[in-house]
Write a protein that binds this ligand. Structure first.
Ligand code: CTP
Ligand code: MG
Length: 195
């Protein structure tokens, strides 16, 4: 392998990794756009007297975000199949007709579950809604949620879509992408804080 081969492989890994994660990447900011209304915790407090999740986690955001993430996945499948792009995942699960709906669900809904779990953790630690949490947790919540749920439900698909290099690429890019999208959301007036 010479330097050019390595560069080419790195580029391919990057594109494939972002492509396979797109439903999760879309779900998270989509929740900001469609969220609001009844909070998931119905305004209730935990034993510690703090909100269970807080007003930043709504049912509309949870299901709307997951649904819009899945919608992007359907468009991706159409693109891959119509254009016959062989190096990109089409979310099909081998041996499972229509299994792709499951993968799209676990990517989109897993992202939102990760985001919800993060808020639960933040409230227990005493962070207010919207307050920045340490260790880039606000950036990684949805990535980890999408990975865990998809890995648990579709182990074979997960490891066919992601090699360790792909996971590394996603882990390195996610904080930068998350920050960029949040700054855009902030400037559009859709998000209260730029993180
Ligand atoms: N949102 C929502 N429902 C969700 C997730 C997000 O309505 N399930 C919307 C809320 O308006 C929320 C915004 O998207 O304020 C940004 O989401 P996020 O940054 O995850 O929440 P925060 O408001 O920062 O709250 P937390 O401190 O709990 O992370
Ligand atoms: Mg936030």
């Amino acid at each position: 392998m010479n330097a050019l081969d390595i560069l080419q492989y790195a580029g391919l890994v990057l594109i494939q990794a972002l492509w396979a994660m797109l439903p999760a990447y879309v779900a998270n900011p989509a929740a900001v756009l469609v969220g609001g209304g009844t909070p998931i915790d119905f305004g209730k407090n935990w034993k510690d007297g703090r909100r269970i999740l807080g007003n930043g986690k709504s049912w509309r955001g949870l299901f709307g975000g997951a649904f819009l993430g899945m919608c992007i996945g359907f468009i991706q499948i159409a693109i891959v199949r119509l254009a016959g792009i062989s190096f990109l995942e089409d979310f099909a699960v081998s041996g499972l007709e229509y299994g792709f709906i499951g993968v799209l669900f676990t990517l989109g809904f897993g992202a939102m579950l990760g985001d919800t779990a993060k808020s639960f953790w933040k409230r227990r630690k005493g962070f207010e809604r919207g307050q920045k949490s340490p260790y880039l947790i606000d950036s990684y919540d949805f990535m980890i949620g999408a990975w865990l749920l998809t890995m648990c439900c579709f182990w074979t698909w997960f490891w066919s879509a992601f090699t360790l290099w792909h996971l590394l690429a996603v882990a390195l890019l996610t904080p930068a992408l998350h920050r960029l999208v949040n700054i855009i959301g902030y400037k559009m007036g859709k998000k209260a804080e730029p993180w």
